[in-house]
Every structure is written in C-alpha cells, then in structure tokens.
Write a protein that binds this ligand. Structure first.
Ligand code: V1D
Ligand code: CA
Length: 438
C-alpha cells in the first residue's frame, strides 16, 4: 500500500504532566517520541495538529457526569477532604491525583476525539495520538493509570459514520475498559492480545470471554504467557486478525499500541522487538481502512519513544528509510548504550508459550469466528457530531476551513512552527516544524 494521508496529534505540554515519584507511567515518553519523530524528519509527510481539550459535554458521551465533575474538582491539595469520592472513583494507588490531572485527561481525550472526527470527515486516512490509548478507564472509575477512556469516546465518534468498528489492543495488559463498554454490542469488535495468569493486572480476558447477549462473539481475547517473541506473536496475530477482518468486515479500525509488550519493559514480561511490534501496524495499515493509532502502556521510556517513532514511520510508509543509528536529538544520552532505533534483544529469554497452546488459542478463535456474521444497520439516523474535525464542519468546509488550510501551507513552506487559533467551537491547532524545541 502506497502513502496514506496521516494526521498526527501532539500537545507540547503533554510531557510536563507527572503522576508522582515512583509511578511507572511517565507522559514525558510522548515528548521523547515526538522528538524522534521530528529528528527523523517525519513531520513534512503528515499534518501535525495540536488537540483542543475535550469538554465535559464530550466526556459524558461515555463517562458518568458526577465522575467527570470529580476529575475536574479534585486536586492534590483538596483530595483529603474528598476521600470518600476518591475511593468511590478509584483514584488512589495506581491512579493518583496529580497536578492539572483534568487538563491532562482533556488533552489526550481531545486528541483522540479530534482524530476520530478527522477520519470521519475524510481529512485523514490514518490518525495518530501517542498520548491516548487509556484502555482501563471505566464509566465512573479510574483504573490502571487511566482516568478517561479516550478509546471508547473515539469509537463512539467513529460509529456515527461507520457501521462496524474494529478495536485491536497490543498492550501487554487486557483492554478491559473498552471490552466492557462494548460487551453487548455487535457493531464494535474488540480484540486484545495480553499476558494472562499469575494475577497479572487486570486479571480479565480469558480465551472463553467473548462478549454477552447481542455482542456474543464480538469480543476476542488472546491470553498469553511470559516471553512471547516476534515469531510466536505473528503466528497468532496474522491468522486471528485475518479471520476477524474476513468475518466482521470492519469499516474503521482503532489500534491501541501499548509498548509494554516490548522486551525489557518494566511491567510487561513479553519479549517483542520494535520491528515485531511494528509488524502489527504494517498488517493493519495494509487493509486500507480508516485507522486510528493510539498509545497506551510502556514503561521503559527510551524503548517506548523509539517504538512509537518507528511506528509513525510505518504509518507513513517510510520506516525502511529511518536510519538504524538514532539521529542527534535533545535526549540523545537517554538512548544509550546502543543509540539505535531498534535495540538488540537480550539473549536467552525463554518463551513460556508452548506451540500446542498457541495452536489451541488460534483454532478456538478461528472456529468461533466462523459463526459470526457482520451485522448491518437496518435503519440508522446518524447522531449529531460532538466533536467537529478541525477546519471542517460536517458536510463541507466550515468557518475555519480557510484559515486552517492557510496555516498548514505556510507552515510547510516556511518549515517552521505555526500556530492558528479559533474562537469558535472548532478550537485551535498548531503545525510544528523543523527546529521546534520547547
Ligand atoms: F509498580 C507500580 C508502582 C507505583 C504505582 C503502581 C505500580 C503498578 C505496577 N503494576 N501498578 C500495577 C498494576 N496494578 C496492580 C494493582 C495491584 N492491585 C490489586 C491492582 O497490579 C496496574 C498496571 C496498569 C497497566 C496500565 C497499562 O499499561 O495497561 C496502560 N495502558 O494504557 C495506559 C496504561
Ligand atoms: Ca492488550
């Protein structure tokens, strides 16, 4: 498949958010990934947009209004007074209250919503938001480092224009929040590959869990053991996804690309290389459907950054021209001792997934898929857009279209930082170019 029109969402403030000392989730990794994306000169090949933060009216499309009010109201200073709500909404331990937390959630959710709207409007064929992919958040509960479920919100947006949406989750953890949200739906198929067993978080996603009521058969779980390597992963990913696409016939795809399934991750026990991880991207990209690519977990920051930069290259179809040696960049020392795009794997790691076990998983899933029929929509009135794509109001170019297009062109010609703002509901966006450093 040749070049695809890619939009990439990034907010230069994202790397400043901080979950707290000792917490493994570091939004700084997104800044590191963006730094490599710019240093590899990927920016001229895509539209780079700054997200408008999601509003309450957009968050409550999935989340409980009381929960969104709580997320906005709670701060590190007042959290003791709100201790009952803190417990009720799951914000302790894994999900601490930190400074400007609501802004952080608004930004990553706004980017995923904007990306979905942009795909719906046909302005992009692929949209990327590395700050998103928060797959554990529930309707009224934070979970597993996730507060707002940007994935569910984005899928709901895609469903306004697409009859069937496929969700694929290659984070090492089970994508429980997304699965639960669409458990009874036959319009969203969720597929999660993850470590299962030994009380690994969140503990859900066994092979037999396949959806409920009208959604039975439309959830697919691929439970795996420690040490999954590239060959074993591909031996499942390809046939499972081929079967899913054949039987479900999706119109749009959302990929949660958690990088904690890479070898050497601080929380994940898999043994995938960046190339192996990126092969999932190549496979899905080649289907030629509208594709939303999101981040997720990933706790060895330097590997997360290289992985997502490489996968941005895959989406652009230029990965083979990205030099193996990392280009000079502001964080170069972080990438030692190898300073390579794809670091070598440590030898001798055992794959605890036996061939027969993988074969059983593959056969069970493929057999179940045979009984599936892609659902159609007999009669369907499209709900109104909640999030208008930047520069476009549904049905044509809107009030901001001219200014947006002008900024885009000027940014490319001049090769420099551009910012364009709007007072209207469409929000503001920025194109970032060469030499940008915060
Ligand atoms: F190691 C830690 C240090 C500080 C705070 C939390 C952790 C930690 C590590 N692993 N927390 C976990 C997991 N939580 C538990 C809890 C123990 N309780 C009974 C539950 O095992 C949570 C792991 C979350 C993984 C998030 C994710 O990678 O899937 C992700 N994807 O998108 C965003 C995040
Ligand atoms: Ca997963």
């Amino acid at each position: 498949m040749g070049g695809r029109k890619v939009t990439y969402y990034y907010d230069p403030d994202i790397g400043d958010f901080y979950y707290g000392q000792g917490h493994p989730m570091k939004p700084h990794r997104v800044r590191l990934a963006h730094c490599l994306v710019t240093r590899y000169d990927l920016w001229p090949h895509m539209d780079i947009l700054r997200p408008r933060p999601a509003r309450k009216s957009e968050l409550v499309e999935f989340h409980n209004p009381d929960y969104t009010d709580f997320l906005r109201a709670v701060t590190p200073a007042n959290q003791e007074e709100l201790s009952a709500a803190l417990k009720q909404f799951g914000t302790a331990g894994d999900c601490p209250i930190f400074d400007r937390m609501a802004r952080y959630c608004g930004l990553y959710a706004g980017a995923s919503l904007g990306a979905a709207a942009r795909l719906n409007a046909g302005l992009a064929e692929v949209a990327i938001n590395w700050a998103g992919g928060m797959h554990h958040a529930k309707k009224a509960e934070a979970s597993g480092f996730c507060y707002v479920n940007d994935i569910v919100l984005a899928i709901l947006e895609l469903l306004k224009y697409h009859t069937r949406v496929l969700y694929v989750d290659i984070d090492v953890h089970h994508g429980d929040g997304v699965e639960e949200a669409f458990l009874t739906s036959d319009r969203v198929m969720t597929v999660s590959f993850h470590k299962f067993g030994d009380n690994f978080f969140p503990g859900t996603g066994d092979l037999g869990d396949c959806g409920l009521a009208g959604g039975r058969g439309y959830a697919v779980n691929v439970p795996l053991r420690d040490g999954m390597d590239d060959a074993a992963y591909e031996s499942l990913f390809r046939p499972v996804m081929t079967g899913v696409v054949e039987h479900f016939q999706p119109e749009a795809i959302v990929l949660q690309s958690g990088a904690d399934s890479l070898a050497g991750d601080k929380l994940g026990p898999f043994n995938l290389s960046i190339r192996g991880h990126g092969r999932c991207h190549s496979f899905l990209r080649a289907l030629g459907l509208p594709l939303l690519v999101l981040g997720g977990g990933g706790y060895k920051v330097k590997n997360v950054a290289r992985c997502w930069a490489y996968e941005t290259g895959v989406m652009l179809g230029v990965e083979s021209s990205m030099s193996e040696r990392l280009p000079p960049n502001d964080y170069y020392e972080v990438f030692g001792p190898d300073y390579r795009l794809v670091p070598p794997l440590e030898p001798g790691k055992v794959n605890h997934n036996k061939r027969e076990a993988l074969e059983k998983i593959r056969c069970t899933i493929l057999e179940r898929l045979r009984h599936l029929h892609p659902p159609g929509l007999a009669f369907h009135e499209r709900p109104p857009d909640t999030f208008t794509a930047e520069g476009v109001v549904s049905g044509g170019v809107g009030e901001d279209g001219g200014a947006a297009a002008a900024a885009e062109v000027m940014g490319r010609v001049a090769g420099m930082w551009m910012e364009w703002k709007s007072e209207g509901r469409i929000g503001y966006w920025v194109l970032m170019g060469r030499g940008y450093k915060r």
